[in-house]
Design a protein around this ligand. Structure first.
Ligand code: SF4
Length: 164
């Protein structure tokens, strides 16, 4: 499937309840030949406003950690396991993840990255693919708040640079 028709399907999607409380879907962004895909939990209020992933505080922190490792945000593909806002950033429910995850799988299959970084336990539910390295790390919002998690996050991103 071409990325434009995939994005169109995400934008029009009403497969779970989450579209009802959001302004728009946030399919994800980045080059289609990206070697790395970063996956978070769900778009938040800032992302919902502009239709782009990781543009709020957690996104700024993520950009900083990427830059510290010589990685441009523009060279990685960034998305979430569900593509619509969850109110108050609540954890997506199992049926919402089940409804949405085929879009994520289609993105991974289109891009065929070397590495997929799963940021936070909900993102860890992403189905695996052979020949792709999946790295489980913490979510950037947790890494911002807790020193130990920040250390883990920074170490995991330091290990990423060698794949680019
Ligand atoms: S979260 Fe995913 S499955 Fe649910 S309505 Fe949005 S795009 Fe569809």
């Amino acid at each position: 499937m071409a990325v434009s028709s995939l994005n169109e399907r995400i934008i029009q999607c009403k497969k779970c309840r989450l579209w009802q409380d959001s302004k728009q879907a946030v399919p994800g962004e980045g080059p289609l030949n990206a070697k790395v895909i970063l996956i978070g939990q769900n778009p938040g209020a800032e992302e919902d406003k502009v239709g782009r992933p990781f543009v709020g505080r957690a996104g700024k922190f993520l950009n900083k950690v990427l830059a510290a490792n010589g990685i441009n945000r523009e060279e990685v593909f960034v998305t979430n396991i569900v593509k619509h806002l969850t109110l108050q950033n609540r954890v997506p429910l199992p049926d919402e993840i089940a409804a949405c995850v085929p879009y994520l799988c289609a993105q991974i299959d289109l891009i065929k990255p070397k590495v997929v970084v799963l940021m936070g336990k909900i993102a860890w539910q992403t189905p695996r693919r052979d020949d792709i390295l999946f790295i489980e790390t913490v979510h950037p919002s947790a890494a911002m708040r807790f020193t130990k998690m920040r250390q883990r996050f920074e170490e995991d991103f330091a290990s990423l640079a060698k794949f680019l």
